[in-house]
Design a protein around this ligand. Structure first.
Ligand code: GLA
Length: 368
């Protein structure tokens, strides 16, 4: 890897990093003001920044992953390019009258793109934290998360919720972030020590901004309007028996969101009381609900979850925005390697990303 000075001819002044994440429970609940339970992964994006005093208003970015250098101006946006996330974050800061100098930016990451493990949020958060250091901005980690989410929805045009940005900004190792997206209150939940959450890529990457993610969000908003509530968060379980006035598809979406919210609450209790078999059941139910009610899974993640369970996981579900990407499986820690040896035979297109714990060297050799 070429270093900053070799690429740009001046030294980096600051650097910051942010992790990828795996969501353990609560899919498509965040933009319905519901509950989520993600945790961070031992994968990260690192951003280094230097200031170029000789030129005005230019953003010069090098991506080590793409081996590509691009110059951007802050007046434009809206392209599909990877650099858009950076431009969108800076445009957010400009809205708060923050003056942006000419920047040289180096990005490197081992968070896989399009795998449902929040590579976009990792880039936004690492970048905003580096800018915070550089310009000595008085922003909390939670404010950084909000800015990043706005950048992604307003600047990049991906109408995401706030789960990814919150956990990549505020997450802690070996703990899940139990977040209420209605008021952004959260608490940390200690993860079990004898079981691992294994994150497996189905082999099908997704581009969420081009998927039916936006349509799902609109369906939820439409259902909430028809039910006369401000969001699906305000619908409770018993009300599911009285949805007959809703069109069939909207009814399915409501059933998923309301039961998934309950599954987050039940998962937190199961983890805290060390009832991991119950947590596994909840994960399986969540996958089925994503498949049958919310219709965001694909054949590859369905088969991968099935293989994961047959080979000894006590629960498995698709994780992230869906339409491709990864699954997360709950596996006894001592058995992860042998479990994966079987699963990768059943699903040869799948690859091991990592576990939510520290990377295990033996397993990492199998990552494609
Ligand atoms: C993507 C979005 C999140 C969330 C998940 C689905 O990761 O960025 O806000 O909606 O999909 O749970």
């Amino acid at each position: 890897m070429k270093n900053f000075e070799t690429i740009f001819g001046l030294p980096a002044q600051v650097s910051a990093q942010a992790p990828g994440r795996v969501n353990l429970m609560g899919e498509h609940t965040d933009y319905n003001q519901g509950f989520v339970l993600p945790t961070i992964l031992p994968l990260k994006t690192i951003v280094q920044i230097g200031v170029d005093n000789s030129v005005g208003g230019k953003i010069d970015i090098f991506s080590a992953n793409y081996q590509q250098r691009i110059e951007r101006s802050l007046h434009k946006g809206g392209s599909n390019h990877w650099s858009e996330y950076i431009v969108a974050c800076l445009q957010q800061l400009q809205q708060y009258q923050i003056i942006i100098p000419s920047l040289k930016i180096l990005v490197e990451s081992n968070v896989p793109i399009g795998a449902g493990v929040a590579s976009s949020a990792a880039l936004e958060i690492a970048f905003l934290k580096a800018v915070r250091k550089l310009l000595q901005l008085n922003l909390t980690d939670l404010e950084i998360a909000s800015l990043a989410q706005k950048a992604e929805s307003e600047g990049v045009g991906m109408p995401c919720g706030i789960m990814d940005q919150m956990v990549t900004s505020l997450g802690r190792e070996n703990q899940a972030l139990f977040l209420d997206t209605k008021d952004l209150s959260f608490e940390y939940v200690k993860l079990p020590t004898n079981y691992d959450f294994a994150v497996i890529h189905s082999g099908k990457t997704h581009v969420l901004a081009k998927s039916a993610y936006k349509q799902r969000r609109q369906e939820c908003e439409k259902a909430a309007a028809l039910m006369n509530v401000s969001s699906l968060r305000d619908v409770c379980l018993p009300e599911l028996n009285f949805l007959d006035k809703l069109p069939h598809t909207l009814r399915q979406r409501v059933v998923h969101v309301v039961t998934e919210n309950q599954r987050v609450l039940d998962s937190v209790a199961a983890i805290e009381e060390n009832r991991l078999a119950d947590l596994g059941e909840l994960m399986n139910a969540s996958h089925l609900s994503q498949k049958n009610q919310f219709e965001v899974t694909i054949k590859e993640t369905d088969l991968l979850c099935k293989a994961a369970i047959e080979r000894g996981a006590i629960g498995a579900r698709q994780t992230g925005g869906g339409f491709g990407g990864a699954i997360v499986a709950l596996v006894p820690r001592h058995a992860v390697q042998s479990w994966w040896n079987f699963v990768c035979r059943d699903c040869p297109q799948a690859s091991f990303i990592c576990t939510s714990q520290k990377p295990q060297k033996a397993l990492l050799r199998r990552v494609r």
